[in-house]
Design a protein around this ligand. Structure first.
Ligand code: DAH
Length: 371
């Protein structure tokens, strides 16, 4: 049986190598692998092989079948290549070429890359936290009491009825602020680990105590998809936010304003300025809304912006309760945070006029190719 298989294989391969067109190859395929092909019929005889050798012969048979199939494919490719070559020779190489269509990154991806590189220059590192998140990180740890009406402002998607006793329900993250406490937990765990390795005294390794040891310094940039139950010309159910978090010793509003101005000038241009307006968020105290001067009238007031300013998003000093949830001692450390929409800042950029945000995700090339 083995000999028969090997000789079949040799026959097939030498015929395949001689084949000079696809039709002959198809005939050879039929001759060996067709329903009553030589190899097919031989394979059927395997039942006659004694049981103890059947597995071995069976696997050889499969190998043979596979190599015949592969040889046919290989020869097909070779033949195809040859035809291309022949065709190429008939081309007039002095004719101008055909420009292949060149794509580019999606507008939002471009914006995210630009934002990342602006913050990278001042030491903010991009991180990624889950899009499918626990209620705990999106709300509870951000100082939202259970059943607090402020939760409704986020129009959350709940995935299941399932509830964890500590972390609550599983949701689609409605904002990138959910990365704040995750980042704090990660930084504290790292510092405790380091202290343990160096067997430092004075730093309490236990998780129950708030971290008040040295060297805590967070500069996070969390850019991610967010989800809310909303859809109109200026909202989509899926959108992107970028969240900054800076925690350290003696961090104050001055730092927040400095970072804000730096971003506005780098992203929108030297001629734009920002202002902060008092507002309320559960997780920051004090909290602000950030406005940027309109790119068309530069703050004078026009049809587009009405009063000269466009709203960019929220910011504030991290609430002591949030630091506590993150395991950080608010008596020693303070911080600021901000969360702005990628789509929103993009639309506020000069020269980008998008009157319906949903167009960004419509996959219409006529739209995307304009940028
Ligand atoms: N997460 C808020 C939202 O989605 C925005 C925000 C406000 C983020 C204040 C912050 C902040 O970090 O400090 O509307």
């Amino acid at each position: 049986m083995e000999e028969k298989l090997m000789s079949l294989k040799n026959d097939a391969v030498s015929l395949i190598l001689d084949a000079s067109d696809e039709k002959t190859l198809e005939e050879i395929k039929l001759q060996f692998l067709g329903r009553s092909g030589r190899l097919t019929l031989t394979l059927k005889e395997i039942t006659k092989v004694p049981l103890e050798r059947r597995a071995e012969v069976g696997s050889l048979a499969n190998e043979v079948k596979q190599s015949v199939e592969e040889a046919i494919e290989r020869q097909k490719q070779i033949l195809k290549h040859q035809t291309i070559k022949v065709r190429k020779q008939t081309l007039d190489v002095t004719n101008p070429g055909i420009k292949p269509p060149l794509g580019h990154l999606h507008l939002i991806t471009q914006a995210m890359e630009e934002i990342t590189s602006i913050f990278d220059k001042i030491g903010f590192t991009r991180v990624r936290y889950p899009e499918v998140e626990w209620d705990y990180y999106a709300f509870t740890a951000l100082n939202f009491p259970e059943n607090h009406p402020a939760r409704d402002d986020w129009e959350t998607f709940f995935t299941t009825e399932q509830t964890d006793s500590e972390k609550g329900q599983i949701i689609l993250t409605p904002h990138t602020s959910s990365g704040q406490v995750r980042e704090m937990e990660r930084s504290v765990a790292k510092l405790r680990e380091l202290a343990r390795e160096r067997s430092e005294t004075g730093v309490d390794g236990s998780k129950d105590k708030l971290y008040s040891g040295p060297d805590l310094s967070i500069r996070m940039l969390n850019i991610a998809k967010c989800y809310r139950r909303q859809s109109d010309v200026s909202h989509t159910q899926m959108f992107h936010q970028f969240e900054g978090l800076c925690v350290g010793e003696n961090i104050s509003i001055v730092h927040l304003k400095g970072v804000l101005d730096y971003f506005v000038k780098s992203y929108f241009g030297e001629n734009r300025t920002s202002r902060i307006r008092p507002y309320h968020f559960q997780f920051t105290e004090p909290s602000f809304e950030i406005d940027v001067t309109c790119g068309v009238c530069l703050g004078k007031g026009c049809k587009l912006c009405k009063a000269g300013w466009l709203e960019m998003g929220g910011a504030g000093m991290v609430h002591p309760n949030v630091l506590t949830y993150g395991g950080i001692d608010p008596k020693k450390y303070s911080g600021f945070a901000f969360g702005w929409g990628v789509e929103r800042v993009l639309m506020m950029k000069e020269g980008i006029e998008i009157d319906d945000l949903r167009l960004l995700y419509s996959n219409k090339l006529e739209f995307l190719e304009q940028f």
